[in-house]
Design a binder for this molecule. Structure first.
Ligand SMILES: [Zn+2]
Length: 595
């Protein structure tokens, strides 16, 4: 693999082209000024919206502002991500952030104003001004929150408490990112060094069991030591969710969290119930793990090591791209031609270079096109990441093409469907074309582990959140013991009895940042199950599903997530998609056992 010591060395066709947003900085500067002026103008609408016409003028100008503002902001963000050490890019981003504060300040009057209207007045405005048709759904969508908004004074008090209410999450972030000190591990030369997260993710997959064990212990050490502090941040976060739900008149914290996506709580409950009813294959997989690793006692630190060793595939970027295109061919010619466009027109920033932001993402910019950041390593994981991010990218591209600005952006609930469908089509293609038995085993193992991580683990987390919030709602105090017991019990139910429990297992709850964003991880699981159903049907040659899936990719947020999915045949209000996913998992495990 080629490694690059500077961005200049990377071939131009492997770098994204930010000139598609702004050909030069002077255009960025003038847009920044333009947005500032627009924000000033919007401020003047405060107290001056009193009929359909003025309401329309405001909304129209706000949409124009947000179009240009997004370009200004996105450009500076992408520029920083190319090289986070570059001060000139950092200063663009700082200025864009400053602009964002001005924009929020000049538009913050609007929501309280809108929610203060009664429904008749709003309807009469919409009836008298033709142009408001375009904004109608969006206005009623905001209006849906009216019953959960308090009086002006009460809202004022709550907003003053905002920072204080965020403290549990901020404090956990500080503990988890800044203050935490992991234990020591032994390097290959016998030196003791302090473990880092980066080292942990590698060491926990190490073939040498002692290395895994040592890394596992070093990783959990600070979490166990800080158990009381972390239990108190988590407990405070949960109590504040529960209290806020009560104050805002939601039946429960869960229902408050599901309100935005209009997801009934039955969907959440179905997910957990249907998963647990079909958990046997996951227990079976744990047993297989124990057999393959030939250990007397299966421990948590044996769960991440690949069961098939010694398979190191080198897949250069060009080859990876070709493979992806072949694998996604079942999605049709239009899809494939968009993928080619991504590469040929330089939407993708491929290579890892010093200072570049780590990881991978897709950012769709309305009025331009999607941009994809990668840190491609010429290996199998990178191939999957490529297919995953291109899934988001094509979703952005198609939604921007087919939706007006107001509904072009899709929600997180549906986003992971588009990326996961691609991953499943890819693994299917690789399994069908790969002749080497060891590589096939490796691929299956990869799929199973990914399924476990994206689906089962997230459902387990989702259930942990549900139980702990219900305890708080019933007035049960939350502390280390309660969290430990709940987590250990769930871990046992999901993973089966083949395990021997280290002391650390039950502290799993203390290291999960997602628990500070309530009832969010279930979306990974519902997205994954939806994708399994869709990909399976598409591979079966079901052309109706294919067409409806492509329409789904063109839909942005033109409807609520569950409705968008229903149109593709995935009905998450029933247990069927979850049951189908469980069936698929069971097949994978059996296939792996036979190999
Ligand atoms: Zn994703």
């Amino acid at each position: 693999m080629t490694t690059y010591t500077s961005r200049n060395e990377v071939p131009i066709n492997e770098k994204w082209n930010l000139e598609d947003i702004y050909p030069d900085l002077s255009k960025w500067e003038s847009d920044l000024k333009l947005v500032e002026n627009m924000a000033e103008k919007l401020k003047q609408f405060d107290g001056a919206i009193n009929d359909g016409k003025s309401l329309f003028q405001y909304l129209k100008q706000r949409e124009e502002l947000s179009y240009t503002f997004n370009h200004v902001y996105a450009y500076s963000m992408l520029k920083v991500d190319e090289d986070t050490r570059e001060a000139s890019s950092q200063s663009l981003l700082d200025r864009a952030k400053g602009l964002s504060v001005k924009v929020s300040a000049s538009t913050s009057f609007f929501m309280p104003y809108l929610l203060g209207l009664d429904k008749e007045t709003l309807s009469s405005y919409i009836a008298e001004e033709e142009g408001l048709k375009y904004f109608e759904e969006d206005l009623y969508e905001s209006f849906r929150y009216k019953t959960h908004v308090l009086t002006k004074d009460q809202e004022e008090v709550l907003s003053q408490l905002g920072e204080a209410l965020a403290a549990p999450s901020t404090t956990f972030g500080m503990i988890n990112n800044a203050d935490i000190k992991f234990g020591d591990v032994t390097t290959d030369n016998g030196e003791k060094v302090q473990l880092t997260r980066g080292m942990y993710s590698k060491l926990i997959e190490n073939e040498d069991r002692e290395k895994r064990r040592e890394a596992y212990k070093a990783y959990y050490k600070p979490y166990v030591e800080l158990k009381n502090s972390i239990a108190s941040t988590l407990s405070a976060a949960i109590k504040s969710n529960v209290t806020m739900a009560r104050i805002r008149k939601y039946p429960s914290a869960l229902e408050k969290a599901l309100f935005g996506d209009m997801v009934p709580k039955e969907v959440y409950e179905n997910l957990i119930k249907a998963t647990k009813e079909n958990i046997a294959p996951l227990h079976r997989y744990t047993e297989i793990r124990k057999e393959k690793l030939q250990v007397d006692e299966l421990r948590q630190y044996d769960m991440s090591v690949p069961l098939v060793q010694g398979v190191k595939q080198v897949i250069p970027y060009e080859e990876a791209y070709e493979t992806m295109i072949k694998a996604l061919a079942p999605l049709g010619d239009e899809y494939v031609s968009i993928l080619k466009e991504f590469k040929d027109a330089r939407y993708i920033d491929v290579r890892e270079t010093p200072g570049k932001r780590s990881g991978a993402y897709n950012l769709g910019i309305y009025g331009v096109h999607p941009f994809i950041l990668l840190n491609h390593q010429d290996d199998l994981d990178s191939l999957f990441t490529l297919a995953h991010e291109c899934g988001h990218g094509v979703h952005s591209k198609l939604s921007s093409q087919h939706q007006p600005q107001i509904t072009a952006r899709y929600s997180i609930f549906v986003a992971e469907v588009a990326s996961t469908v691609n991953e499943i089509l890819l693994i299917n293609y690789l399994l069908n074309t790969e002749k080497n038995l060891e590589v096939r085993k490796h691929l299956l193992n990869h799929f199973i582990d990914q399924f476990k991580g994206t689906f089962f683990t997230q459902v387990m987390f989702a259930e942990f959140e549900k139980i702990t919030h219900e305890l708080a709602e019933n007035g049960t105090p939350l502390n280390v013991e309660v969290f430990n017991q709940t987590y250990e019990q769930l871990f046992r139910e999901y993973n089966g009895e083949a395990f021997v429990f280290d002391e650390e297992v039950k502290f799993g709850w203390s290291r999960i940042p997602h628990f500070y964003r309530p009832f969010y991880v279930y979306k990974y699981a519902t997205g994954y199950a939806s994708a399994i159903q869709l990909a399976t049907k598409i591979l079966d040659g079901d052309s109706e599903t294919l067409q409806s899936y492509l329409n789904f990719l063109r839909s942005g947020s033109s409807d609520y997530p569950l409705e968008l999915l229903k149109k593709t045949g995935v009905d998450l209000t029933t247990p069927v998609p979850i049951q189908n996913a469980m069936k698929k998992f069971s097949e994978l495990v059996e296939e792996f056992a036979v190999l």
